[in-house]
Design a protein around this ligand. Structure first.
Ligand code: TXA
Ligand code: MG
Length: 363
């Protein structure tokens, strides 16, 4: 199958609509990451999503809806069987935007979409291209991230092409995603809302609207690789976002990290060693390297991948998945990752980074 990559236009939206009505899949940009969409009520389309991604079929999908539904007297008609007050409050505050809400499902939603769960995940993206697609087709779209299962989520059309070329007919190109990490997921089917996946909309932001919000124990447990607590978002149980190289995320001091990297360079001759870190961290490592003659900045076996300033978590979030792919492109067999503070957006950054890691060295 040939994969077309087209800018968003009246014509490409028409083509997308024809494909979706026919039970095909279309990749499209959202403000978080690129999605691989199918009409939520077309069984062939849903089947093709799982096939194209190589995704386990018990891992449910998020249904994406257009802003125009907010004008309806009951906005999630045919999708959610009920919406609690907290749901209305969160929709009003954060939709369209990077927040997915879990409701009891309407019986019309196919079991294939929800992995047979009695609940359904819904989100209203804010990216203009996603809105154009949703409004132009008039179809609710079930869409996971548009990567091969297990790979880092795509934040550009080129990333989608890298993973899915030949497996899907169309990628709508809407440039780089502004958030760069997938949406926050909040379960509203319990008495107290529960965060199943951290994201750009933080716990503090949610609590400011609905009062107490809990975090799924599996998210907090993300420090240990073999989670003993089964996550409630089925997708969170798989090793995710992983680069091909062996990634070690660490909060070690500059001096200790410098020694570890030097050891790698000595023992792993011919291999490429990657460092994914803030600008400040990379500068600090380079200044250490100047002191004893081992010059990091000119070492051809070392690949420094700069996430931007340590004080700018928005940029770090936006760059993280791309950085993991960059390490692969450079053929890094071992990658050192800098651990960040787990507060606010740092919670989502560390959640993804630790899930991508083969090893954690945290104090
Ligand atoms: O930002 C995003 O949410 C992106 C863009 C494309 O919208 N989508 C995305 O989809 O990240 P995906 O499929 O990669 O991740 C969806 C997560 C999975 O972990 C899945 O298990 C969980 O949502 N999920 C879906 N339906 C659920 C449900 N009814 N209950 C609990 N978790 C659910
Ligand atoms: Mg995904």
């Amino acid at each position: 199958m040939d994969t077309q990559v087209l800018p968003v236009s009246e014509e490409s939206i028409r083509l997308a609509r024809d494909l979706l009505l026919d039970g095909q899949v279309v990749a499209f940009p959202t403000e978080t990451v690129y999605g691989l969409g199918a009409w939520a009520f077309h069984p062939d389309g849903i089947r093709r999503i799982y096939e194209a991604k190589g995704r386990p079929s018990d891992n449910p999908l998020i249904i994406h809806v257009a802003p125009e539904i907010l004008n309806k007297s009951y906005p999630l008609e045919g999708i959610a069987s009920s919406i609690p007050d907290a749901g209305y409050a969160l929709m009003k505050q954060f939709w369209p935007g990077p927040l997915t809400l879990i409701f009891p499902k309407d019986q019309q939603v196919p079991d294939q979409v929800t992995g047979k769960l009695p609940t359904v995940a819904v989100r209203m993206p804010s990216h203009p291209a996603a809105i154009r697609l949703l409004e132009g087709t008039g179809l609710p779209l079930a869409a996971p991230s548009a990567n091969l299962s297990g790979r880092p989520s795509p934040t550009t059309a080129a990333h989608v092409f890298e993973d899915l070329n030949g497996r899907i007919p169309l990628i709508l190109n809407g440039g780089e995603c502004s958030v760069g990490l997938e949406s926050t997921i909040v379960d509203l089917t319990e008495a107290v809302p529960v965060i199943l996946r951290p994201g750009k909309v933080t716990r503090e932001m949610l609590e400011a609207v609905v009062g107490q919000v809990e975090v799924d124990p599996a998210v907090q447990m993300a420090k240990s690789l073999d989670a003993h607590v089964a996550p409630k978002a089925p997708g969170m149980k798989y090793r995710h976002y992983a680069p091909r190289g062996y990634l070690i995320v660490t909060d070690a001091s500059n001096e200790v990290l410098y020694d570890w990297i030097n050891e790698d360079l000595m023992q792993r001759t011919g291999e490429k060693i990657g460092i994914i870190a803030s600008h400040e961290k990379l500068l600090a490592l380079q200044s250490l390297s100047g002191m004893d003659g081992e010059d990091f900045s000119h070492n051809q076996h070392l690949v420094m991948i700069d996430l931007g300033s340590a004080s700018d978590y928005n940029t770090i979030a936006r760059r993280l998945f791309e950085a993991l792919r960059e390490a692969d492109e450079n053929g890094c067999t071992r990658i050192w990752g800098e651990a960040f503070e787990r507060s606010q957006l740092g919670e989502a950054i560390m959640n993804r980074f630790l899930k991508a890691a083969s090893e954690r060295r945290l104090s």
